[in-house]
Design a protein around this ligand. Structure first.
Ligand SMILES: NC(=O)c1ccc[n+]([C@@H]2O[C@H](COP(=O)([O-])OP(=O)(O)OC[C@H]3O[C@@H](n4cnc5c(N)ncnc54)[C@H](OP(=O)(O)O)[C@@H]3O)[C@@H](O)[C@H]2O)c1
Length: 240
């Protein structure tokens, strides 16, 4: 396939729906072979089917990224079946809102484990391949919650702030080796993540997943000497 990512291999976590799915489909449309990771086998099969229908190359690898051994297996399968790894997008994430006074520490565990620890584990897992190639790009998905103070989002915001700090340090560690790290910071995006969250802003005023995918494609298709290390994308209507 031709396109800005022809010949590249991308691994996208959270690729079964929402932002991760849109990024995976957009990368495939740009010519990348895409390894799709999330837990739902059915979601991944549907996304892989859509990509293949448009002559793209997709590999569905059902994975719970909170399991370190599953992440290792994900990398092994991606490399053995697709041959290399140029791009990692960590879009698997979860959100639960509530005032700190009303929360229990256990309420924060799922967000800390998925939004922060699993992102760190996935980043670490791709390093041997990218360092060997002396090229690659990691794109971590943060949230506007780190820039705007939203009561009720303390634990979620802390995980995303941790992700941003981790990414900044990783970017410096990898800079001499030709591997780039970028953080994509979206405002509210109309995805299923809002289904279980109360007090959502109007869904029709939110960004669409395709908007976020366009931003990800921009970050991923810059020439190797340029690095878009943080991109904030907001709904123009002023919500979140
Ligand atoms: N939507 C927004 O307004 C918004 C704004 C800013 C930032 N973000 C961030 O963007 C990212 C994607 O959000 P989204 O709105 O696209 O969410 P979403 O629609 O709920 O999709 C989340 C994806 O992550 C996967 N996932 C969940 N737990 C997983 C696990 N343990 N292992 C592997 N995959 C897992 C889900 O599939 P399975 O459940 O099948 O595993 C699903 O494919 C998140 O990090 C979120 O914090 C979202």
């Amino acid at each position: 396939m031709s396109g800005g990512l022809a010949g590249k291999v991308a691994l996208v976590t959270g690729a079964g729906r929402g932002i991760g799915r849109a990024i995976a489909e957009a990368f495939a449309a740009e010519g990348a072979a895409v390894a799709l990771a999330s837990r739902s086998r059915a979601d991944l099969a549907e996304v892989a089917g859509e990509i293949r229908k448009r002559q793209g190359r997709a590999l569905a690898i059902p994975t719970d990224v909170t399991q370190d051994s599953a992440v290792e297996a994900l990398l092994e399968q991606t490399l053995s079946e697709l041959g290399r790894l140029d791009l990692l997008v960590t879009s698997a994430g979860t959100a639960a809102f509530g005032a700190v006074a009303d929360s229990k520490p256990g309420d924060w565990d799922a967000m800390l484990t998925l939004n922060l620890r699993a992102v760190m584990v996935c980043c670490r897992a791709v390093l041997p391949a990218m360092l060997r190639q002396r090229s690659g790009m990691i794109l971590n998905v943060s949230s506007i919650a780190t820039k705007r103070t939203l009561p009720g989002s303390a634990a979620y915001t802390a995980t995303k702030a941790g992700l941003e700090s981790f990414s900044r340090v990783l970017a410096e560690e990898l800079r001499p080796h030709g591997v780039r790290v970028g953080v994509l910071v979206p405002g509210a995006v109309d995805t299923p993540i809002w289904d279980a969250l109360g007090g959502s802003p109007p869904r029709d005023k939110m960004l669409r997943v395709e908007d976020v995918a366009r931003a990800a494609v921009l970050m991923a298709t810059l020439p190797p000497h340029a690095s878009l290390e943080e991109l904030t994308l907001l709904p123009a209507g002023g919500i979140l």
